[in-house]
Design a protein around this ligand. Structure first.
Ligand SMILES: C[S@@+](CC[C@H](N)C(=O)[O-])C[C@H]1O[C@@H](n2cnc3c(N)ncnc32)[C@H](O)[C@@H]1O
Length: 271
């Protein structure tokens, strides 16, 4: 096992924080060392200093991508924090049904991990609009910084245990069993989610149109206060006025530093 000294840990974590926003405190030292051992072996380097030098000089971005795949925490599951989906179904979608004359509902799932969250949104929307769904443009943009989770999300293959939280009628309507005994989504649902790689730390967001709804759940917990405040300003600018931001229930928004209006736990509106 290759160990990391104080200087190396500080160099590596400063770089990770600047590029990914992820703040790694000293308590995460053994986790970082453990998760990166294979990287060092594969690059045939003998110390973290050598690894960091290669990482900083790499022009291809491959070493950073590999680091991202190792260092991010991607835990997620279907129907996570189900109150949000209930609020969407019972309150927001009925409102948008009447107010969006252009019939385009723009949703962004901003740290989508392996796809459970955006596919839950796609099923919920499809279920809500039913026969009218063809008349509506409701594609969900789903982004994450990790190539590894995006690949899994696009594949959309889930084990019987993973799909347990889903309502039975969604399972029978939108999923089918494949030859491995796992479940995949029908094309109808897959086509409703568009996956892209995107780093929330980008200074300027490239989206042509603003969103009505942004889900940015359980990613800010990894950021420090300054990064979080900057991110919230960019999310605010990316929302239509009257648009909604959903964050994780263990996350919070300092109402003094951003103009979001509190609606219910972990739901905010741009006024
Ligand atoms: C714990 S998962 C949350 C998944 C889902 N939103 C949920 O609540 O279940 C956090 C995700 O944020 C992604 N992430 C971390 N830093 C990011 C960044 N700077 N830009 C975009 N995504 C990032 C990770 O790759 C990971 O998949």
């Amino acid at each position: 096992m290759i160990s990391i000294n104080n200087r190396e840990f500080s160099r590596l974590t400063s770089y990770i924080q600047a590029r990914l926003g992820i703040h790694l405190s000293d308590e995460k030292r053994s986790l970082v060392v453990g998760r990166l051992q294979n990287e060092l072996t594969q690059l045939n380097v003998k110390s973290f200093s050598e690894y960091i030098d290669i990482l900083l000089q790499d022009k291809t971005g491959n070493i950073l991508n590999s680091l991202i795949n190792k260092i991010t925490t991607n835990h997620t599951y279907f129907m996570r924090e189900v109150e949000h989906f209930t609020f969407l179904k019972e309150t927001l979608l009925p409102q948008y049904l009447h107010s969006l004359k252009e019939k385009d509902l723009r949703l962004w799932c901003a740290a989508c991990s392996t796809g459970e969250e955006p596919y839950t949104l796609a099923m919920l929307i499809n279920d809500f609009f039913q026969n009218d769904s063809l008349a509506w443009d409701t594609q969900v943009l789903a982004t994450d910084i990790s190539d590894r989770v995006l690949e899994l999300a696009r594949k959309a293959e889930y084990s019987p245990e993973q799909i347990l939280p889903l309502p039975q009628h969604w399972k029978s309507q939108y999923l089918r069993r494949n030859e491995n005994g796992n479940f995949t989504f029908h094309e109808k649902i897959k086509n409703e989610v568009i996956f892209r790689k995107f780093n929330l730390m980008e200074p300027n967001y490239p989206f042509k149109r603003k969103f009505h709804i942004i889900f940015c759940r359980n990613v800010m917990i990894y950021f420090d206060m300054e990064t979080k405040t900057e991110l919230l300003c960019k999310l605010y600018d990316s929302l239509e006025s009257g648009g909604y931001l959903f964050i994780g229930h263990s996350e919070s928004i300092n109402r003094e530093s951003t103009p979001f209006k509190y609606i219910m736990p972990a739901v905010y509106r741009k006024e």
